[in-house]
Design a protein around this ligand. Structure first.
Ligand SMILES: Nc1nc2c(c(=O)[nH]1)N=C([C@H](O)[C@@H](O)CO)CN2
Length: 117
């Protein structure tokens, strides 16, 4: 086994509870950790034998373009479902950072994880 990380992935999406958040998209920053079997690619040096992190990033950006959730939790659930559906990961951990949204905090964030059943 092994892990693949994507950090600080910029994802624009319509998200938020309040009316003022729903008139334009917000940029979120995502940290993604994927549990992946890396053994084949360690031997073959072939991207076809692993999870291509560029394709995962593309998939997540697409989810953002298509989503209109209120809560980070619901958006995160959709992201994890999409990654587990399209890629050979045994688990995913996702941290979603929403910067500059509270007047007295730099960022807010939620973290969640999902294991393939
Ligand atoms: N646990 C959460 N709390 C809140 C969320 C959220 O997504 N998860 N969102 C909001 C608002 O949309 C926030 O961005 C502005 O106050 C509030 N609380």
């Amino acid at each position: 086994m092994g892990k693949i990380y994507i950090t600080g992935l910029e994802v624009d999406t319509l998200i938020g509870v309040y009316d003022w958040e729903r008139v334009r998209t917000t940029q979120l920053l995502l940290d993604v950790t994927l549990d992946v079997d890396l053994c084949a690619a360690m031997q073959s040096d072939d991207v076809a034998d692993t999870v291509d992190y560029a394709k995962v990033a593309e998939c997540i950006v697409d989810v953002g373009k298509q989503s209109t959730f209120e809560l980070l939790e619901a958006f995160g659930s959709k992201v994890m479902d999409a990654v587990c559906e399209h890629f050979a990961v045994s688990a995913i951990t996702l941290k979603i950072v929403k910067p500059n949204i509270l007047p007295n905090a730099k960022t807010v964030a939620v973290e969640m994880s999902k294991e393939r059943v």
